[in-house]
Design a protein around this ligand. Structure first.
Ligand code: FES
Length: 87
């Protein structure tokens, strides 16, 4: 029996269309919505297999071309960091 598996880009697009969250770090079960709620989760990303690190460094959701943070969210996080707080 032939089983067709969708590729990671297709899965990502379907999840995005359904407003689902996306995993940023699978090993530590950290999603994009968790990061947006509390940026301190970023310190846990990459602490196991490390495969998520190159994507995070490029602000990309692993397996996609979608940004983790919008430009506005990055500016807000930068401003909050300068004030010593977490965004
Ligand atoms: Fe992030 Fe493995 S996917 S450490």
């Amino acid at each position: 029996m032939l089983t067709l598996m969708p590729n990671i880009d297709t899965i990502a697009k379907v999840l995005r269309l359904n407003n689902c969250c996306m995993y940023i770090c699978i090993c530590n079960q950290i999603t994009d919505s968790m990061l947006k709620e509390d940026a301190r989760y970023i310190t846990k990303c990459g602490t196991q297999c490390g495969k998520c690190i190159p994507y995070i460094q490029q602000n990309l959701i692993p397996g996609t071309e979608d940004a983790i943070y919008s430009e506005e969210e990055l500016l807000l996080a930068y401003r909050n960091a300068q004030l010593g707080g977490m965004g």
